[in-house]
Each structure stands twice: as C-alpha cells, then as structure tokens.
Design a protein around this ligand. Structure first.
Ligand SMILES: [Zn+2]
Length: 414
C-alpha cells in the first residue's frame, strides 16, 4: 500500500549545481579542498588543485606544494563536498633539484567511509610531465596521493582528477528486454502523480542531507522495548535501506557509495515502555498524530521541507526525514515520503530475516515506486513492488529504482 503526503506549499527551491552536458572528461580537482600531511611555510598546498598546468617540475613561477625538510611518507588530500566518480588521475611532481625531489614511490588512495584504501594501478614517476594513472572508476569524497620520499623531501605542483562526464550522461544501460516494460512503468508513474513536482522523495532527503537519512521510530505498541531490541530494529532498518542503496552505488552519477541510516528519535505513548536510560536517541512521549505517537513535528522533514529546523530541540542534526511506524496488530504495510509503516510484531519477528520484504517494498514507495495492483509491465511476472509476487529486490525492481533516478537526477545537478 502507498500513501504520499503532498506538502507542496512548504517546498522551497532547490539549489542546483548544473553539470555540463558535454561529453568531455572533466577535471574535478579544482572543486575539492586541498590539505596535506605537512606543507613548508613558504609553499602552498592550494597549488595542487589550482588548475595551473606547470611548465616543468622545477617551476619557479607558480605556487607549489612541498614538504621540506620532512621526509618519509607524506600525503596530499583532495576532499569534495559530494562523492565524485573518478577513473583517471594525473600528477605533476615538484622537483627543484635540491631539497625536493621525485618520490621513490607513490600511490593513490580513496576514502571508503571508514578508511583509506589503496587504488591498485601502475604508478609512473617522471619529471616535467603529468604522470597518468587509470583504473576502474571509483566513487569517493576523498582522494589521497601518498608519496614515499627518495633522496630528498617530496612535493606536487598539480593534481588532475578526471571524471568521465560522457559516462555520466550515458549511464543508462538496462538489459534490452527491460527497456520497454521500464518505459511503461515510468509512463504509469507520470500518469498517476507529478514526479517532477514532488520534492520529498527519499532522493530529495538524502541529497539534502549530503548522503544520509534520519529516522524516527514511532512505537505504536504496548510492548516494552529493551536497548538490545532498539538496536536490532535500527540494524534491520539500516540493512533493508542499504539493499536499495546498493542498487544505486556507482550507477549513472548517483553520488553516494554508502547512505548511512541514523535513528535520531523514538516516539512512544509511555516512557516506561523504553527500557533504556542512555541518551543515544531523542525520546518523545505522548506527542500523538493519527492516534499514534510521533517525534516532534518541528523536527520532521515532512513539515519543514525548506531543510531548516529552527524549532527542533537539538537543531537540524536531530531532524528526521522519515518515520519507521510500527503498529501493533497491523497486517501489510504502507509507504511514502513520510516513511514506512508495518506491523510491530511482523518486524520484531523478522529481525533476523535477510529480506524483510514488506519493509523493503514500503521503502521502494519512499523513492517513488508505485504499486502494481491492476497491471503488470510487459514480459514481467514477479518482482518486489508487485506485492505478493516476490520477497526480495529483483533485477526489475533495481532497474525501476534506477529509472526514477534517471528521470529526476537533473534537478539535483547530476
Ligand atoms: Zn505497496
């Protein structure tokens, strides 16, 4: 089942960052913030992504990044506000023939959300030219150049990080047999709503947050909840959400390899049901709507679609985009931009299931996918969004999700 609360009147304009539609390779390094393990006081780490192509490794005209007198392992880092998909990097070494020389070795690392991970490739070391490294595309917010010094300290004049905008523009590549049914599905979406005008899909929420989603749990039940059960519910929600996000990782310009799910609040009728005393989540008691407890409305994206939460206790970091509404005795489920609603006994009874299929289905609605009560796309039989016909995300479900992104992504600048 599906229900979308349309709160169009509260929608503010989106800030779009247009991406050129030309089919060229773009150097995205200048849009990053540069930092380094160490920078000699007379040099500048901002040199490495200022867009100036050096004439030679001993450049004396333009600013440079150097680590003299430090030796050993040194690094320079590019950090972007959103993830970039990069498949080639060019590095121009600084070598003044004295205190700063070519490195003995070097490598690239990407940030995977927890740690820096080496990018396997062939790393050339030549003076007076760009050293080009190519590799299977990586999507990351941080790229690090790690240099091991040789006969002196090390430095860089310029880094170029190349994102293939041609690949971004032609990132739509469904299996041929799915093209026609996917078009049928999208026409159905257009005929049953206003996907271009609706501004509170999961897409909007994640991008507004810079790559994460916040939840409130509405505990519409008289059963007690231990801290362990609280954490298992969070884990099951995060695992389910990740199944949809994994479909998008690295696909057609989607900028996030990971979308963390944060549970910021629990709403109950009676505080005594919650058997924990830590303050890891906000607790809301007796704030009722639709005869069920809710987290405070000033913290809800549904009612604050400008993205500002001036009256939310704790501020914007305590806001919630969606609710996981768990109702005692409920069969089936509902889903929409406001979140997902399933039976509390159903969820608790399925915390160990790999596919909590009703919850997965309802999350699909939150990203704009429809039900299929009265029709089936050509050539398809069984998939998660056709309730009762599948219990996990199928290839067709995956491509339906990607197709929503294909049609909406330009409004986010992708
Ligand atoms: Zn449904």
């Amino acid at each position: 089942m599906r229900r979308l609360f349309a709160v169009f009147a509260l929608v503010a304009g989106f800030l779009l960052t247009p991406v050129g539609a030309d089919a060229t390779v773009a150097n995205v390094a200048p849009s990053a913030t540069a930092s380094a393990s160490y920078t000699s006081p007379w040099e500048s780490v901002a040199a490495i992504n200022d867009g100036i192509d050096p004439d030679r490794s001993g450049d004396t005209r333009n600013r440079r990044w150097g680590t003299w007198p430090h030796a050993g392992e040194q690094w320079a880092l590019l950090t972007w506000p959103s993830a970039q998909t990069i498949s080639s990097v060019q590095v121009y070494f600084f070598d003044d023939g004295g205190g700063v020389r070519l490195p003995a070795s070097w490598r690239l690392q990407r940030w995977d959300g927890d740690a820096y991970v080496d990018i396997p490739a062939t790393y050339a070391i030549a003076a007076d030219t760009y050293n080009t490294v190519t590799f299977p595309a990586v999507t990351t917010t941080r790229l690090r150049v790690v240099l091991r010094s040789g006969e002196a300290s090390v430095g860089l004049l310029e880094i170029r990080a190349l994102a293939d905008s041609a690949g971004r523009q032609s990132g739509w590549s469904p299996p041929a047999a799915l093209a026609a049914p996917l078009d049928e599905v999208w026409r159905h979406v257009e005929s049953t709503g206003d996907p271009y005008g609706f501004r509170n899909y999961g897409w909007d929420q994640i991008i507004s947050n810079g790559g994460s989603v916040n939840y409130c749990v509405r505990w519409d039940s008289t059963a007690p909840v231990s801290a362990e059960l609280r954490d298992r519910i969070h884990a099951a929600l995060a695992r389910s959400f990740k199944k949809w996000m994994d479909v998008m990782a690295g696909h057609n310009g989607w900028p996030y390899a990971e979308v963390p799910v944060k549970v910021v609040g629990w709403a109950v009728r009676d505080r005594a049901l919650l058997q924990w005393s830590d303050d890891s989540v906000d607790v809301y008691v007796g704030d009722m709507r639709e005869d069920a407890p809710q987290c405070a409305e000033p913290c809800a994206r549904l009612y604050n679609q400008s993205g500002a939460y001036p009256d939310c206790p704790g501020g914007a970091s305590h806001h919630y985009d969606m609710s996981l509404w768990l109702t005692e005795g409920m069969q089936g489920g509902m889903g929409g931009d406001w979140g997902q609603r399933v039976g509390s006994e159903y969820l608790v009874g399925n915390l160990g299931s790999d596919d909590i299929h009703i919850l997965l289905h309802e999350i699909g609605h939150s990203f704009g996918l429809n039900d299929f009560y009265d029709w089936t796309p050509s050539g398809q039989c069984c998939f998660l969004m056709k309730a009762g016909s599948a219990t996990s995300i199928t290839e067709f479900d995956a491509w339906m999700l990607r197709d929503v992104w294909r049609h909406l992504k330009s409004r986010y600048g992708y």
